[in-house]
Design a protein around this ligand. Structure first.
Ligand SMILES: [Zn+2]
Length: 296
């Protein structure tokens, strides 16, 4: 049996989880605090190290640390590249080296959506799936691929960017620089706009109350997500798709149009065997996935 710490850094909260690995991984302890962004990237990294050190003094026998962050990372170098949703100058910030210096254990860096996929596959709604696509829906649209039971990171560790595949050739500009990315069509504010509501939460309430525009908005966004998911199914044949992030709370209003679109688009494999479900680990998925990644 071994113990591993995972830290999940967001623009609002820093969450952590300690897992135990035996035959099956199991969640031992979790915690959260507001992210200290007052001093930009320096205070965020300082806080990460402080939190890790205090957990190490509290919990015995931790063997590794995984750090999950939202954005573009260089996992091999343990360095951040572009993190739009946490204040700071993030290009070239060394995270894993600092962490190993602080706690004297190996540390690894992982994108937060990849961490979500890893966690749901190991302990959540993806258990037992041979190959799985994890999708995170929130401020952005993230993804992670489990292929043949293992997280697939591809060349330079950046595979799984589900949200940055082109869906509409001349569609809206995306934050990544491309046009017509899935993220530009299915991020939280794009969903709210499609539903004619100020937020996704209000869009869900409106759709459930019978508002036609909100219902159509979810059908349209679900269709885009379904096209993106179909492309992944055709290319790598996943048998499960697990959806998480704040927007996943919309539930069936969003999931059903995704399933319909997959049935419409995919003709190269038996679509009835592909399950599209919501994640089970909720707010702790990112920290659990980071811990799993660190332990690998
Ligand atoms: Zn993009």
């Amino acid at each position: 049996m071994s113990r591993h710490l995972g830290l999940d850094v967001g623009g609002t909260n820093l969450k952590w989880a300690v897992i135990e690995r035996d035959a099956e991984p199991r969640l031992l302890k979790t915690g959260r605090l507001p992210t200290d962004t007052r001093g930009g990237e320096q205070s965020v990294v300082r806080q990460l190290l402080d939190v890790a050190q205090s957990i190490f003094s509290e919990v015995e026998g931790i063997e590794s640390v995984g750090v999950g962050m939202p954005g573009v990372l260089d996992p091999a170098a343990g360095v951040t590249r572009f993190i739009p949703n946490i204040p700071g100058q993030w290009d070239g910030v060394q995270v894993t080296g600092e962490m190993t210096g602080a706690v004297k254990k190996p540390a690894r860096l992982i994108n937060d959506a990849r961490a979500f996929a890893l966690a749901e596959h190991g302990l959540g709604a993806g258990r037992g799936a041979t190959s799985m696509l994890g999708i995170t829906l929130g401020t952005g649209v993230g993804g992670g691929l489990i292929l043949g039971g293992r997280l697939y990171l591809g060349h330079e560790g950046t595979a799984g960017e589900f949200g940055h595949q082109t869906i509409l050739p001349d569609g809206p500009r995306c934050n990544c620089g491309n046009q017509g990315c899935l993220e530009a069509l299915a991020r939280a504010d794009a969903i709210a706009a499609a539903c004619g509501q100020p937020s996704v939460e209000e869009s869900v309430v409106a759709a459930r109350a019978g508002d036609r525009r909100a219902q159509q908005g979810f059908r349209d966004v679900g269709r885009y997500l379904g096209i993106g998911a179909s492309n992944v199914v055709v290319l790598v044949s996943v048998d499960r798709i697990v959806i998480g992030g704040g927007v996943a709370a919309a539930g069936e209003i969003l999931l059903e149009p995704i399933r319909q679109e997959i049935r419409r688009r995919v003709h190269v494999t038996d679509v009835e065997r592909i399950r599209v479900v919501c994640g089970e680990l909720g707010t702790w998925a990112g920290a659990i996935g980071a811990a799993l990644h660190g332990s690998a």
